[in-house]
Design a binder for this molecule. Sequence first.
Ligand code: UD1
Length: 419
Amino acid sequence: MEKLIIEGGQQLQGTVRISGFKNAAVAIIPATVLAGDTCVIDNLPQISDVKILADMLSSLGATVKELRPNTLEINTTAMKDCYADYELAKELRASYYLLGAALGRFKKAKVAYPGGCSIGSRPIDQHIKGFEALGAKVTIEHGIISVEAEKLVGAEIYLDVVSVGATINIMLAAVMAEGTTVIDNAAKEPHIVDMANFLNCMGADVKGAGTDVIKIKGVEKLGGCIHTVIPDQIEAGTYMIAAAAAGGDVLIDNVIPKHLEAITAKLKEMGVNIIENGESLRIISSGNLKNVSIKTLVYPGFPTDLQQPMSSLLTTAKGTGIVAETIFEGRFKHVDELKRMGANIKVEGRVAVIHGVKNLTGAKVVASDLRAGASLVVAGLMAKGETEIENVQYIDRGYDQLEQKLISLGAKVRREHRE
Ligand code: UD1
């Protein structure tokens, strides 16, 4: 067990390079099952979720080689089927992408109900609806989801809720189905586009990704390819918020500014100076900011994954801010920890009302999930004195070399083993 210790109050200065997008990486690695060939995936973040998925594919019969620290060569030729039991699947949510990918290639798969961050009930009914529309029989028994089809036939699928996971899983299952599949009310997040590009690079015919109608013409076979994962918009947004919170002058490099428009707009509204230059954003902040209200929405709205780090920033901004969480009902677990640090926050259902206080003070806190952990890091950077964050393993799931990156910006952060 490890903990992060942050000595707050240091301004941040310098350049931070953003890694590959976790949420794209954890979908693309399972999608290599469809190739039945060798894929090289580049710009992977060095995070535990990527390592777990790579190990998972190896134990399912794939050959996974680390060519370089951020590059995996994955050969799925020898895989004959896919049975990911509880011990394999419990580790992360993205294990459910094996269902779509293996259904697409083998016409069957068994994967234990997925794990992942505890941020709400997280149903998978839309994934199942999509698989069934393509002709698969889906059963859930003893915690194992089984999907099986004699053949998959393209269909028109309207998603009742805009779901990133369901959109990707249906794309995976449909790429080798007979005929055309149309996903209506599809998610538009940047990693949907990255996934479509990866599938097309393997020989698929996917059009419309990034809009709410995605058309997939089934092809007979896919093959290997080389793909570079897009930069992580959530990691970038977290460093933008951290720079705004601690104050200073930070260049966030290797980003796609378009993916960050919602967060850029909110930070500007608070009084942060943001200068866009090609693939980088320069964040200049005095630390004296005014409060704003945010409402989480599907892309291109304000991302739910940045709601928690943003709430930390609002705790010391002047005035009152209202945070409305519309995507995951259980995403306020960081609030009690922020209160330990002196924040004035009241939660009513899916809304948090934050009254800005003069400053936070360091305290012992516990990360309850990945982005809650990121929010405590932001709070620790702002707070007076020392903050100790327990459950660092959640943060390691999604942030590549967090403390090294923060230290390079001048933060005082260290990792210790917990007795
Ligand atoms: C993905 C991201 C996660 C992000 C979330 C929303 C990955 C690995 N994770 O999670 O970081 O917070 O998108 O941007 O990419 N829903 C249903 N039925 C379903 C599926 C979803 O009701 O079958 C609901 C969920 O409970 C939630 C909403 O739809 O309220 C959005 O969920 P979804 O987009 O599927 O999130 P994930 O793919 O799990």
